[in-house]
Design a binder for this molecule. Sequence first.
Ligand SMILES: O=C(O)CCC(=O)C(=O)O
Ligand SMILES: [Fe+2]
Length: 238
Amino acid sequence: MNFLSMIFDDVINNPLPDDLPEVLLPAFSRLEPFALLLKDLHTKGWSIQDDFFSDAFTDKLMEEVRGIQNESMLQAGVGRKQGHQVVLDARRDYIKWIDPINETRKTFLDEMEALRVVLNRQFFLGLFDFEAHFARYEKGAFYEKHMDAFKGQSNRILSTVLYLNEDWQEGDGGELVIYDEQDADRELGRFLPKKGRLAVFLSEDFYHEVKVAKRTRHSIAGWFRVNNTTAKTLDPDQ
Ligand SMILES: O=C(O)CCC(=O)C(=O)O
Ligand SMILES: [Fe+2]
């Protein structure tokens, strides 16, 4: 039983009205992946959807990340800003946080914002914001099995990964592996980082890993977060 299905058992018995997502998300070209995403999140806590964004838009995002040199990206470390350290045995990608500095990046953030609103309406998650970065895995790079958030220690609720790679083949490696929330040794599936594919999963529930990429692999990893700000501590971003 995942978090969503435990709390919102009744949603499953009330199928989505067909017109709801289109009304709320005019920019998402197709209804099907969107409706399936909501259904999967409710029943399983994770989902993989192809063609979530149009090819044309995904191409634009790819152009953005392609234009960024490794030198102006961060070599990703494990952990947040405090105690940030680069642990090369665990992770070897380059990242660049996404700000709305141009039309393409702004549109992406706006779309995910629209998704946040729908997720809150559908699941009452109280998601407060969305943060995301481009990621580049050069040939040989990987990210060992990990969890994006630990219960009660993070404000990351839902993880998202949008893949940008044209013509990614079986032999190119770089699969996302998702593990069973009950049995972290059991694989639920392996997914190639194909252009337009979106992976979404509950950040505190699913171990996952990125297998060694045999060619350069580009993606956008993002997190819907709750706001844990209290009177004593200001919630740090990123
Ligand atoms: O790129 C992927 O498939 C997953 C990346 C990931 O797990 C992360 O950035 O936390
Ligand atoms: Fe992750």
